[in-house]
Design a protein around this ligand. Structure first.
Ligand SMILES: CC(C)(COP(=O)(O)OP(=O)(O)OC[C@H]1O[C@@H](n2cnc3c(N)ncnc32)[C@H](O)[C@@H]1OP(=O)(O)O)[C@@H](O)C(=O)NCCC(=O)NCCS
Length: 158
């Protein structure tokens, strides 16, 4: 089931986000090395939790949809309507043990419906081009996202 989220979802959404992003940050750490990773992503868990909490708690800073299976909150998506006619999908994740069951697909479809209902004509989402973001890229393409403009961030030791 998909429903609108609110401040009461902030804790569980933050918990899902921190769990679901572990492999992504593990990949970054492996790619960048421990020292540069620590410099760039100190306390990423707290920062990610802060971002998703804010979307739940502050209506002026974004909206959230929540996916549930029975009583369990299994996923969320944040989205933004302040750049009309462009709706923007932000942080989103599905609990690792519930991934691969079409839950993100349902969340994104519901988000696109909300955007259409709010008068948006386009939707945008930004994600990583590295292997840890392959599930996200596939999931976005599955709901019709294309017209991609990739970029690459390089690093080197001095
Ligand atoms: C991205 C994410 C939300 C997808 O959630 P999900 O519920 O597993 O996605 P769905 O089950 O709806 O799958 C959608 C498509 O992605 C594919 N997919 C899902 N997991 C995949 C994986 N590990 N590798 C490759 N493709 C994958 C599915 O197979 C499906 O495509 P298909 O129907 O052609 O087979 C989830 O992997 C996640 O939480 N990732 C970590 C956080 C993240 O990356 N968020 C997005 C940041 S931009």
């Amino acid at each position: 089931m998909i429903r609108d989220g609110d401040a009461s979802d902030a804790d569980v959404v933050a918990e899902i986000a921190v769990e679901a992003w572990q492999p992504i940050y593990a990949h970054s750490r492996e790619t960048l090395g421990a020292e540069l990773f620590a410099h760039l992503h100190t306390d990423w868990e707290a920062e990610k939790a802060r971002q998703v909490r804010q979307a739940c708690e502050d209506d002026t800073r974004g909206s959230v949809l929540i996916a549930t299976v029975g009583d369990v909150v299994v996923g969320f998506v944040s989205y933004y309507l302040h750049a009309a006619p462009l709706g923007v999908i932000g942080n989103n994740a599905v609990r690792p043990e519930y991934q691969g069951r079409g839950i993100a697909t349902q969340l994104y479809e519901a988000t696109l419906d909300r955007m259409r209902a709010a008068g948006m004509r386009y939707a945008r989402v930004t994600t990583g081009g590295d292997p840890s973001h392959a599930p996200a890229r596939r999931a976005y393409e599955k709901v019709g996202f294309g017209a991609e403009l990739p970029s690459v961030t390089y690093h080197r030791e001095l």
